[in-house]
Each structure stands twice: as structure tokens, then as C-alpha cells.
Design a protein around this ligand. Structure first.
Ligand code: ATP
Ligand code: MG
Length: 441
């Protein structure tokens, strides 16, 4: 992509409305635009990142055996009356009336709809277990939308719903999601710590929130270093090995971890040696929850068991805040100059800076690099604008692409270009061939 033909409305100054760094940087880098309180348009740079985050979530859901569907954003109120939640949900639900005076709503979540969908398509125990998910916009009329996409009113969520014959089987489904979440966040360059969460009136021990560490997180967190030391992608645990998976999760969650609500300082000090205690703040990026037959009973989602008896299915729901993650990643990875994108979610791989647009040699060297990097499968943002060098450097640092290649007449005289790693700040002067090798090797 040539910057001269792109749409990336950079702000030079800090927007006043942004209280936290991710919001500020997303506005400054031209990633999103607020349309009304808590409702955003995703501009090209932001949309690229959102799609990458979404795709990682999708791939890891699929690997765990979950199956993708797409449910609508608008739902009928009748469905929610059946479960009893229409009145309970309160003002966060955006209620709409259609031209026939039917009560509709913009879905804040999809338990009712998916339970109905599953009920109508399933007959016997042989159709279980299943886990269905979608990645769809939600609306919650948050009382205080803030922090940009981190607490929006309209936001993109992955929500999965598992269906099992028994509580024991449902635990395996829960554990699969648990592992897939750890793998998902790790692929985005994040460390997410699972914390036991309150299960509310349903009870049980199966609810975890996944928190990403960042200074601006809404919750205070306390945990054992061990949570930071695990490589889930390399762990080799099989989703099909119910016992092995349970053992791995038991071992992992036996380490201390708690948010401020559940934290007990004396237990923390007793269980975790001082050098292994980590405290900080966290952002909730995912939440998994076993709720049993809460929806299957009122909605009549029954299956015939092997014994011929009709039984209500056991379910759980599993959310990931896809749009919140874009802000969360920035909170976890930035410096004074701007964003530092982890490779897996970067909007482009390389920013190519032409220091003297119009100079025949510089233009030719840039074009050649642009084409060769593209041919090697890298996404390149080529700054071919006539802005001055200082402005170009600032913009590239702000938008945080993993690599910068800087090409100017002075270096080219000696046959050299400069390669800069955004994260480490390391700069190397290399021939264009060696630069290519560095970035593609
Ligand atoms: P919170 O406690 O942050 O209000 P929640 O517990 O109400 O969130 P869940 O119902 O668990 O949210 O939703 C699943 C995920 O969706 C959350 O873990 C979070 O990442 C994301 N999410 C929830 N509300 C918002 C929001 N208003 N804006 C952006 N993402 C959100
Ligand atoms: Mg939650």
C-alpha cells in the first residue's frame, strides 16, 4: 500500500477526550473514529488489526473443535421473555420496536438464540457434544462508555456456546475453551492470566476471567509468576485427552491468582514466595462460564439420552472481546513514540520510508524493495508522500509496524539502506539485498 493513496488520518496532537494510552494512540494513528458515545468506525489501519485479531480467535476456536456460525445482531424480545431475561437485563439492553410494533432488541449476547437454534437442530445424544460460536457485533448500553474501544457500547465479541449431555462432559468442553483462550492470547503476544470469577446465583466453580496485564486495567490483580512462564502453543496438550487437559489446567490454576474482589493478602503471602509475587492491573479480555441447564430448561432444549430419557443439555458460554483486544494489545505494547505491534496482529509488516520522493535513484530503490518484499509475502506500507523526513519517522513510530526500511540518497550512494526494528529500536545499515534477507529470512 502506498501511503500517498491510503486513508490514514494521523493526528499530530493528543486528542483531549482520550484518557488512556490505547485510546489516544488509536485516535492519533487514525485507526478508529468515534461516531457517537461508545460507537466507532474502524478506519483502514484499525480495521486491519481488528481482522487479524478476529482471525487468530477464529483459528484457535476451530482448532479446539468449535464450529463457526453467524447469528443476527437483532433479536426478538419473545425469545428473551421465555428465558426470563427480558425484564432482568435492564437498561444495558437496547430495545427496539419494529413497524409492526413487535419488540425487538440489539443482542447484548446470544444464549437464548443459540439454545433455540440448537434445540431445533438436535435430536439425540449422538449429536453431542457440540460447541458453536460466532464473531458478531454486540450492543450494550453501558452507563459509562469510555477508554475508546475498550468499553464501547457497540463492540465485536466472539461468543461460543457448548452443549453436553452431562455436567462431567461439560467440564471437558469448558477445559477446551480454557486452553484455546491461553493459546489465542499468546499468539497475539499477550500474557493473559486466568482468574477465578464469581459465578453468581448459579454457583459452581467453573467461571474464569482472562486478564491481560496493563497499567490502565480496570481491575487490580495478584498472582504467581508461574502464570507468565508457560508456553501453551508448545505445550502439546491434546484437546481430545480429557484427563491430560484436566490435569494441566488443575496444575496451572493451583497457582495463586486473584482480582481485587477475591484477593486475600495473607493467603497470597503464604502461598507465593516474595520473588514470585506479581501485582499489577489487568484488562478483562475473555470470560468463560459454565451455566448448566439455565437456558436449556426454560427453552426446552432436551435430547434423548442413550437410555431413551429426555434430558436438558448442559451448557457453557465463552466470550472474547475482539474489539477490546485491539486496545488491550496497545495498552500492553507501546512506548512514548507510539504503538509497538506484535508481529501477528500488525496492520502491515514493514513500513518503507522514501526520504527523497522525486529522486530517481531513491524512487527506484524503494519501488524495487516494495515489490520484492511484497513478492515475499510481506505487507508493506510505503511512505511515498512528500512530507519531510522527521514527520515520516514520527508517523512510522506512531503506527508501530514491526520493521522500518529507510531509503535515502545519502545511504544509496554507498549502496546502503537502513533497517530499524520498532520494538528494540535497533538500526542496521545494510545493502538492499541484505535488508530483504533480514526481513524475509
Ligand atoms: P465487563 O466486566 O468488562 O463489563 P462483562 O463481564 O460484562 O465485561 P462478558 O459478558 O463476560 O463481559 O463479555 C465477554 C467479553 O466481551 C468480555 O470479557 C470483554 O472482553 C468483552 N466486553 C464486554 N463488554 C464490553 C464492552 N462494553 N466493550 C468492549 N468489550 C466488551
Ligand atoms: Mg465478564
Amino acid at each position: 500500500m502506498r501511503l500517498s493513496q491510503y486513508f490514514m488520518p494521523i493526528l499530530r496532537d493528543d486528542p483531549k477526550e482520550a484518557e488512556i494510552v490505547s485510546h489516544r494512540l488509536m485516535l492519533r494513528a487514525g485507526m478508529v473514529r468515534q461516531e457517537s458515545a461508545g460507537i466507532y468506525s474502524w478506519l483502514p489501519m484499525g480495521y486491519r488489526v481488528l481482522k487479524k485479531v478476529e482471525q487468530i480467535v477464529r483459528e484457535e476456536q476451530n482448532r479446539s473443535g468449535a464450529i463457526e456460525v453467524l447469528m443476527p445482531t437483532i433479536q426478538s424480545a419473545d425469545l428473551w421473555r421465555k428465558s426470563g431475561r427480558y425484564d432482568d437485563y435492564g437498561k444495558e439492553m437496547l430495545r427496539i420496536t419494529d413497524r409492526h410494533d413487535r419488540d425487538m432488541l440489539y443482542g447484548p449476547t446470544n444464549e437464548e438464540m443459540i439454545t433455540e437454534m440448537f434445540r431445533s437442530g438436535v435430536q439425540s445424544y449422538k449429536d453431542l457434544p457440540r460447541n458453536l460460536y460466532h464473531i458478531q457485533w454486540k450492543f450494550r448500553d453501558e452507563i459509562r462508555p469510555r477508554f475508546g474501544v475498550m468499553r464501547g457500547r457497540e463492540f465485536l465479541m466472539k461468543d461460543a456456546y457448548s452443549f453436553d449431555l452431562s455436567k462431567e462432559a461439560a467440564r471437558h468442553s469448558y477445559n477446551k475453551m480454557f486452553l484455546s483462550y491461553l493459546k489465542t492470547f499468546q499468539r497475539m503476544g499477550l500474557t493473559a492470566v486466568p482468574m477465578k470469577a464469581d459465578t453468581g446465583p448459579i454457583g459452581g466453580d467453573q467461571s474464569h476471567e482472562f486478564l491481560v496485564l496493563a497499567e490502565t486495567g480496570e481491575s487490580e490483580v495478584f498472582f504467581d509468576r508461574g502464570y507468565l512462564e508457560m508456553d501453551w502453543q508448545a505445550s502439546g496438550i491434546s484437546y481430545d485427552d480429557a484427563e491430560g487437559l484436566q490435569a494441566a489446567i488443575n496444575g496451572f490454576t493451583s497457582l495463586y491468582a486473584a482480582t481485587d474482589e477475591e484477593h486475600d493478602q495473607s493467603e497470597f503471602e503464604a502461598r507465593v514466595t516474595e520473588d514470585r509475587r506479581v501485582t499489577g492491573r489487568g484488562i478483562e479480555v475473555g470470560h468463560i462460564f459454565y451455566f448448566g441447564t439455565k437456558y436449556s430448561e426454560p427453552l426446552g432444549c432436551l435430547v434423548q439420552g442413550a437410555d431413551g430419557q429426555q434430558t436438558a443439555v448442559h451448557s457453557g458460554s465463552y466470550g472474547i472481546g475482539v474489539s477490546r483486544l485491539v486496545g488491550g494489545i496497545i495498552e500492553a505494547s507501546h512506548d512514548d513514540a507510539g504503538i509497538i505491534w506484535p508481529k501477528a496482529v500488525a496492520p502491515f509488516d514493514v513500513g518503507l520510508i522514501n526520504l527523497k520522493v522525486g529522486d530517481a535513484d531513491t524512487d527506484a530503490a524503494c519501488l524495487s524493495l516494495y515489490q520484492q518484499l511484497g513478492n515475499a509475502g510481506l505487507d508493506v506500507l510505503y511512505d511515498d508522500t512528500d512530507e519531510r523526513a522527521g514527520g515520516k519517522f514520527n508517523t512510522m513510530d506512531l503506527i508501530g509496524l514491526p520493521w522500518q526500511v529507510i531509503v535515502g540518497p545519502r545511504g544509496l550512494k554507498d549502496g546502503m539502506v537502513e533497517v530499524k526494528n520498532r520494538k528494540s529500536g535497533e538500526r542496521d545499515t545494510l545493502s538492499p539485498e541484505a535488508a530483504l534477507q533480514r526481513l524475509t529470512g
